[in-house]
Design a protein around this ligand. Structure first.
Ligand code: NAD
Ligand code: IPM
Ligand code: MN
Length: 361
C-alpha cells in the first residue's frame, strides 16, 4: 500500500467546489490501494485580502519539500488589485517562477459526448481532437511587468527569451511528442512551433532555437504556424496537431481557444512542470459569477488530478480516472449546457465519475 501526501490550494470563486470534487474522485479511485493524505494551503485573492500576501506563510517551502504532489484550484478575483492595476491574488509568478515549473502542459482532448457550442460551424462530430499545448511558463511576455507606465503611454512588459529557456521548453515538447507515438489523425508525430517570427525578432530567435533542437529529433516532424494562423487551424483543423510549443502569452491565449473546441474551459486541465517541482490545475480561472451555484464543470480539476497521479508514476489509477470521465460523457451521464456548465451540476459530475470508476484489479 502506497502513501501519497498531497497539498491542496482550493483558491477562489469556483476553486473550492472544484477541488472538493477532484478530492472525492481521488479518494474513490485510490481506495484500498493508495493511502492519501491531504493538506490545505491558503492561497489566492481571498488570502491576499485577509493577510496581505497571496500565499500562506512557508507554503512555497512546503510545496517544494513536503508534498508528493500539489493540486491547485483557480485563484484570483477581478476586484482584488494592486496599486498598478494588475490583480493581487494570482499565484502564477509566485508558483511558476518560484518553483521554476518551466513547462505548462495543456492537453486539449475531445471526449465523445462532451461537445457543446461554441464550436466551429462545420465541425464534424467524429473529429479527433487530441493534442498538447506546451506553453513556456517562466519567460516571454510575462516576465517583466508594469515598468514605465505613464498617463499617455506604456512602454513596459518587455519580452524575455533566453537560449536556455527556449531550448528546455522545445526539448520538453519533442520528448512529449515521442511518448505520444503519433497521436494525430494521420498518425505522424509532429511538433508545431507557434510564433510571430514574421514580425518580432524575439520570436525569430525562438524559431531558430526550435530548429536547432529539432535536429536532435529526426523521427519527429517539424511543423510551423504563425500564431494568428495557429488560432485559425486549432478551430478549423484541430485533428492535424500533436504537440505545439510556444511562448508564454501565446500559450495562454491559444489554450483557451482550443478549450472552446472540446466543450469549454471546464474540460481542460494543465500541469506546471519543472525539474524538481510540479503542480496541477485547470487552465481556466475562478469564474466568480457562477461560484457557489453548483454550475461549474469540475472535469478540468478531476483531469488535473489524473495528471498529478501520472506525474507521480501512478499511471494505472490516472488511466482509471480518465476512462471513468470519458465513459460518463460517452454514456450521456454528463451533458453540457451551452456555455459549458454541466446539466447535472458540479456534484452530479462528481457522482457520475465516481460511479463510472472501474473496480481495482
Ligand atoms: P474564467 O476562466 O474564470 O472564466 C471565463 C468564462 O468561462 C466565464 O464565463 C466562466 O463562467 C466560464 N468558466 C470557467 N471555468 C468554468 C468551469 N469549470 N465550468 C463552467 N464554466 C466555466 O476567466 P475570467 O473570468 O477571465 O477570470 C476570472 C478570474 O480568474 C480572474 O481573477 C483571473 O485573473 C483568474 N484566472 C485565474 C487562473 C488560474 O488560477 N490559473 C486562470 C485564468 C484566470
Ligand atoms: C492561466 C491564467 C494565468 C495566466 C493568470 C491568471 C495569471 O490565465 O493559467 O492560463 O495568464 O497564466
Ligand atoms: Mn489563461
Amino acid at each position: 500500500r502506497r502513501h501519497l501526501s498531497i497539498g491542496l490550494i482550493p483558491g477562489d470563486g469556483i476553486g473550492p467546489e472544484l477541488v472538493d470534487s477532484a478530492v472525492a474522485v481521488l479518494k474513490a479511485a485510490c481506495a484500498g490501494d493508495i493511502e492519501l493524505r491531504f493538506t490545505v494551503e491558503d492561497g489566492g485573492a481571498d488570502t491576499f485580502r485577509r493577510t496581505g500576501t497571496a500565499l500562506g506563510p512557508d507554503a512555497l517551502a512546503r510545496i517544494r519539500q513536503s508534498y508528493d504532489g500539489v493540486l491547485k484550484g483557480p485563484v484570483g478575483l477581478p476586484e482584488v488589485r494592486l496599486p498598478d492595476g494588475t490583480e493581487a491574488g494570482l499565484l502564477g509568478g509566485l508558483l511558476r517562477g518560484g518553483l521554476d515549473t518551466y513547462a505548462n502542459v495543456r492537453p486539449i482532448t475531445l471526449l465523445p459526448g462532451a461537445v457543446t457550442p461554441p464550436r466551429a460551424p462545420d465541425t464534424r462530430t467524429d473529429m479527433k481532437i487530441d493534442y498538447v499545448i506546451v506553453r513556456e511558463n517562466t519567460e516571454g511576455l510575462y516576465l517583466s511587468r508594469g515598468r514605465g507606465v505613464g498617463n499617455d503611454r506604456a512602454v513596459a512588459d518587455q519580452l524575455l527569451m533566453t537560449r536556455e529557456g527556449v531550448e528546455r521548453i522545445v526539448r520538453f515538447a519533442f520528448d512529449l511528442a515521442r511518448g505520444r507515438h503519433g497521436a494525430p489523425a494521420d498518425g505522424i508525430s509532429r511538433v508545431t512551433c507557434v510564433d510571430k517570427s514574421n514580425v518580432l525578432r524575439s520570436f525569430a530567435f525562438f524559431r531558430d532555437v526550435f530548429d536547432e533542437v529539432a535536429e536532435e529529433y529526426p523521427d519527429i516532424e517539424r511543423d510551423y504556424r504563425y500564431a494568428d494562423a495557429a488560432g485559425h487551424d486549432l478551430v478549423a483543423r484541430p485533428e492535424h496537431f500533436d504537440v505545439l510549443v510556444m511562448e508564454n502569452l501565446l500559450g495562454d491565449i491559444l489554450s483557451d481557444v482550443g478549450a472552446a473546441t472540446v466543450g469549454g474551459l471546464g474540460m481542460c486541465p494543465s500541469g506546471n512542470i519543472g525539474k524538481t517541482s510540479a503542480y496541477f490545475e485547470p487552465i481556466h480561472g475562478s469564474a466568480p459569477t457562477i461560484a457557489g451555484q453548483n454550475r461549474a464543470n469540475p472535469t478540468s480539476q478531476i483531469l488535473a488530478a489524473a495528471l498529478l497521479l501520472d506525474h507521480l508514476g501512478e499511471h494505472a489509477t490516472a488511466t482509471r480516472i480518465r476512462t471513468a470521465v470519458a465513459n460518463a460523457y460517452a454514456e450521456g451521464r454528463i451533458r453540457l449546457l451551452p456555455g459549458g456548465s454541466p446539466e447535472c451540476g458540479t456534484d452530479g459530475v462528481t457522482r457520475a465519475v465516481v460511479d463510472a470508476l472501474a473496480p481495482v484489479g
